[in-house]
Design a protein around this ligand. Sequence first.
Ligand code: HEM
Length: 498
Amino acid sequence: MWLGDLFLRLGLKGILLLVFVILLLVGFLKKRNPPNFPPGPLALPFVGNVFSIDTKQPHIYLTKLADVYGNVFCMRLGRDKTVFVSGYKMVKEAIVTQAENFPDRPYSPMASRLYSGNSAGLFFSNGQVWKRQRRFAMTTLRNFGLGMSSMEQTICEESHHLQEGMERERGEPFNPTHLFNNAVSNIICQMVFGRRFDYSDHNFQAMLKSLTEMVYLEGSIWAQLYDAFPVLMKHLPGPHNEIFSKFKSLEAFIGGEIERHKLDLDPSDPRDYIDAFLIELEKHKGNPETGFYERNLVLCCMDLFLAGTETTSKTLQWGLIYLIKYPHIQDKVQAEIDRVIGQSCRPTMADRPNMPYTDAVIHEVQRMGNIVPLNGLRMAVKDTTLDGYFIPKGTALMPNLTSVLFDKNEWETPDTFNPGHFLNADGKFVRKEAFLPFSAGKRTCLGEGLARTELFLFFITLLKKFRFSAPDGEELSTDGIIGATRSPQPFNIYAKAR
Ligand code: HEM
């Protein structure tokens, strides 16, 4: 009765206003921070801080915010709060010293829809399944050559295909992106699918294109909006829908590879990661908590294919850009290659200790290239404190890698390309603790060893063979395009045989 009276008194507009005020109040009470929670910019009702982030350079915006709020601050992106951690010392405290407190990934509506149900691959899985699958992936990649001379041989053979691809440009300017994507991807493809793809394979090129576009969109505002407002975004048109369609086409491609393997699988002689997984899957039938079931095989392959292609290829692209920008550094690298390896021999990882300058240049390319400008999200699995602030169980945490790779307290000239960061006064290579492009702690990049081997061998083989330069009058940009990874702007180069 009283509801009817209220309706008559307030009218429709009044009722709507009342509902809105109640929602605001409930929202405010629900979102209220616990005592001693990290500070942060004022968040708007419902949307939080999602629209205040600079979508073109979010990593720089978030790094600068630490100057205002300190190295541990909080933002609310839609419904959920994320604590951002900045600077080498605090990031190390969170992901290394407190590794036990932040081993998991938080729930993501987008990942949950992509990965469907309780399958989570390698990147998004947690708990026992993640531990088991991470260990299995690392052991299997090792069994199929990682860290052995056979893998070095494979990379060197692929470098020759890459060289031939560059030679086919006949000294004309060209964009090397698709050659690098194909070459780098072929290494992980050989370990996971047991085969490489020709640079003229149109299907595979289409796959790589989908992958690049998907990785870009996954790091864009569209993915953030989806994770912040999943119910709304699910029904709205927009580029976020392409993430799902591209994911489906990559899934179909991987599914095809798995079916091909089943046709001639020999359990006594696994050829690659898929074979090894299918054999384990038989052993663990009826025991899905191990993560050995077919849907998870597709997702684990997807993670390896995705993470194993984009990151390393983009680092190589940044490498060419910096060496073209600083030709005197290219001269010094080539002089070292000629001195240590010469023109006739094939480079191996055993050469690396004798090539401190080249090693330092590759490290500096990784630092300035800043390929994963933010990081993988983490989640607190128990109540803890960080920098004196209370972080309740379940809070999402972003250990910002840009703030580490450009930390003013750790690098002499943080914003300038300077291989000297990794050399001592005698020209010997020195490790830097704040060099964390692969992150650190329990979730540290699973492919670090593979990526480092690829970077060294691909760089050396190409620089041994070619002198790289920009087309006349063109200045190559070092501004990146930000997605889940940081890509160079489209660019053209000359590769002239030395
Ligand atoms: C230059 C190349 C690479 C860079 C800079 C890089 C960087 C990263 C970063 C920053 C993370 C997130 C770690 C975290 O959340 O703390 C990561 C995770 C991961 N990376 Fe890489 N990565 C590279 C190459 C590779 C390669 C070649 C592979 C393939 C074998 C790979 C596979 C993975 C996987 C599977 C994860 C998820 C690990 C987990 O959640 O346990 N990455 N990588």
